[in-house]
Design a protein around this ligand. Structure first.
Ligand code: SF4
Ligand code: SF4
Length: 375
């Protein structure tokens, strides 16, 4: 099982699609959900509980998460010193990676670092100086011996030219990222849709850009024999090549990838913090292998022809239904576009596998590693 361990609810940045949206969403009704607004700002339970919880699952993987998890680096050190997890990972904005000693950083199986593309775009979304700090820190952790997987985690919305920015992350001379995952800011907030131009952007820029990326991805296999770790494309290609059907959340949310709140309660996904209806137990006495499961049980997913490959995209967006049905359909169109872009490339990939240029095993990856696959 995989667990996001929320070390703190606080963050040092004020990104447009997170802090900015929260401000604009202030008066928005949050449906019938009863929320706990009094969660401790920092993890407030005894680490011994987390250790005992983890020992019940020999394959337990912990991903430190926030807020910004490194704002509570002491807790991270304590957990890594005392809890016997199979792997540790972290999802961070990258600003404080230099605060954690290499003896901890080098133990991470995976580091997901938020960066949205080049300096201009990253600083536009995330604040001036953010980009430079991330680049300095990723260079320095590599110099200090980090050899796990480093994934650029990209949030995209209308100011993003997806093709240009992903290509920049893969090929920039200062630090070409070995792995890239992106996630759409879509369906997470209450009243942002009407201020935005999602439909226009997704049809005119995003979907054509994804199609070009899928083409480029296979070109790279032909030219270099490398299968680049472009997670949304890689994950779908893996499903199409292997015939895998996945009608459960591909992020693992609610069935194999949960989150531990700062008070020790377990929820299906970190975005669902404080939503009492979805409390599934507490690390003090829960068994990680017997947690309740939360599935998508509603239209449109239950009647969708893409469910087997999409899995329902996002549990949080599904249960909160913050975007209207029409707006939601537009997001689903991006899923359809992504799947189609990869499907078109599958015959080329099969030929490359037959020719021995790439191996079927090159398309495998650690699932539920924080890359949701469906953006
Ligand atoms: S494409 Fe949309 S409706 Fe279909 S399974 Fe995915 S999220 Fe659900
Ligand atoms: S896709 Fe949705 S449910 Fe899954 S981890 Fe991301 S926010 Fe949570």
């Amino acid at each position: 099982m995989f667990f996001h361990v929320v070390t703190t609810t606080e963050c040092n940045l004020q990104c447009r699609y997170c802090f900015g949206e929260t401000m604009d969403d202030f008066d928005e009704d949050f449906g019938d959900f009863e929320l706990d607004y009094n969660l401790p700002k920092k993890a407030a339970y005894d680490v011994a509980y987390l250790d005992r919880f983890c020992r019940k699952d020999p394959d337990c993987v912990f991903t430190f998460y926030g807020g910004e998890p490194l704002l509570n680096a002491d807790f991270m050190r304590e957990v890594m010193d005392h809890v016997k997890a199979k792997h540790f990972m972290v999802q961070t904005n990258g600003q404080f990676l230099d605060r954690l000693e290499p003896k901890y950083v080098n133990r991470f199986h995976t580091i997901l670092v938020s960066i949205d593309g080049n300096e201009e775009l990253t600083d536009f979304y995330r604040g001036k100086g953010t980009f430079r700090k991330v680049m300095n820190n990723v260079n320095s952790i590599m110099q200090n011996g980090f050899r796990g997987e480093l994934i650029a985690r990209v949030t995209v919305m209308e100011q993003t030219d997806i093709y240009r920015q992903v290509m920049w992350l893969l090929t920039n001379p200062e630090f070409p990222f070995p792995s890239v995952h992106w996630q759409l800011n879509a369906g997470f907030w209450g009243n942002d849709y009407k201020r935005r131009t999602f439909k226009q952007w997704s049809t005119q820029n995003y979907m054509p850009g994804v199609e070009r990326l899928a083409h480029f991805w296979v070109d790279q296999m032909e030219q270099t024999g490398r299968v680049l770790r472009l997670y949304p494309i890689l994950g779908i290609a893996h499903s199409l090549l292997s015939g895998e059907k996945q009608s459960l959340m591909r992020c693992g949310g609610g069935w194999i990838n949960y989150a531990v709140q700062t008070d020790g309660y377990i929820i299906p996904c970190p975005t669902m913090w404080g939503m009492k209806k979805y409390y599934l137990g507490n690390i003090a006495d829960a068994d990680p292998l017997k947690l309740g499961k939360v599935f998508v049980e509603d239209k449109p997913c239950t009647q969708c022809d893409l469910l087997g490959v999409c899995g329902g995209r996002c549990l949080y967006a599904n249960v909160t239904k913050r975007w209207s049905d029409e707006a939601y359909d537009e997001v689903c169109e991006t899923v359809r576009g992504l799947v189609k872009s990869v499907e078109i490339q599958v015959p080329r990939i099969r030929l490359l596998i037959q020719a021995g240029k790439v191996q079927a095993s090159d398309f495998e990856y650690m699932k539920y590693n924080g890359c949701e696959i469906i953006p």
